[in-house]
Design a protein around this ligand. Sequence first.
Ligand SMILES: *Cc1c(COP(=O)(O)O)cnc(C)c1O
Length: 461
Amino acid sequence: MPRTDVVKVILPESEIPTAWYNILPDLPGEPLPPLHPGTGEPVGPADLAPLFPEALIMQEVSSERWIDIPGEVIDIFKTWRPSPLYRAHRLERALGLTPGKQRIYYKWEGVSPGGSHKPNTAVPQAFFNKQAGTRKLTTETGAGQWGSSLAYACALFDLQCEVFMVKVSYEQKPGRRTLMETWGATVHASPSDRTESGRKILADHPDSTGSLGIAISEAVEIAAQSDDTHYSLGSVLNHVCTHQTIVGLEAKKQMDAFEDTPDVVVGCVGGGSNYAGLSYPYAADVLAGEANTRFLAVEPDACPTLTRGTYAYDFGDTAGMTPLMPMYTLGHDFVPAPVHAGGLRYHGDAPSLSGLVKAGLYEARAYPQVPVFEAAVMFARSEGWLPGPEPAHALKGAIDEALAARAADEERVVLFNLCGHGHFDISAYEAFLGGELEDLQLSDEDLAASLATLPPQPANA
Ligand SMILES: *Cc1c(COP(=O)(O)O)cnc(C)c1O
């Protein structure tokens, strides 16, 4: 029986995991390699060298199940890790769940300096770059969480940081920009006139509100031009998902302290990293035949990569400079409607997560933003924390799982990742409370048009 006298479990610093879990060697089937954008040949470590330091490239392609976390990185993690894991007693009561029968838990990643899970990878990425002699990192950011997390990490290691911020967010969220500048970063609205890729988009679409794909093209272009500058990505890549597994590794210990085990693990998916982070340590048990946990990935209706996208090789960016990755995609020049979950507006998803969905091990579901904000407000009024619009999608999925179990009179333990706070998303809450939030649907025609731009597929894919 689970302990019902506990609200949260906070582990001591000595319980911070000392190794990350790399899911690559445990994935079902033969891995499909990323392909070079020019030649179509599998990408080797040398192809990635202009963008990433060797240590991160080795992690990207590693077949080791466990990767040591450097002591210097753990020392910085002690600022906010281990993060707390809560039992949502008050939310359960507000939902009218059957007492004790449907139980909801959440891992709370909003306690980091950046306010989300993103510093879990920003700090090691800055560390490995510093070690390799990098002087400047470039990156893209959507809602600003990744840019601010990388700005924070660069400040710790005395690295310069240049951020291309999706224009719609740059305008909607000036607070995030100021936060990045406070940590010492330089921020440009993307598309910008500072790069070839940005100027090309502006020439064709002067009113472009930008996308993560465009901003990635700009950041990669700058990094590829100089030896002392590298590029840093906040999601999708394998080393990023691996860094985030610290979340799930802690969560497992905390669920043990609650003397409970999740039946379903839920997360929101932008590029897949926070959900990979919480869920992969649980997926490891399922892949080893030792558990039958269910997994539910939640995304916005307006950017339905897993639920309406195609599994294919596609570029990670709009200009087609990144390797081709096998993943669910909406097409690399997809520009989603400006929904408030800026972190979930990416056209693709992590190849590892895409593979798990394709294999039927992970389920996926999409929600429109109005019911998502209803769930977020209910959560704020019961549990107190203000969810970011992105994890509010996971929250909505978790609530629906618990309500479905109540309707079926079943026991169900739900664990979700509350991967960031919404303190910089007040304008979205304002729109919702004022009844002005709209559900922005993606039409079949727009989806088909975007998918028509997929690059030619290799014969064996
Ligand atoms: C960036 C971000 C996301 C989306 O990215 P993933 O890689 O899918 O996790 C979700 N939530 C928050 C709070 C974010 O900052």
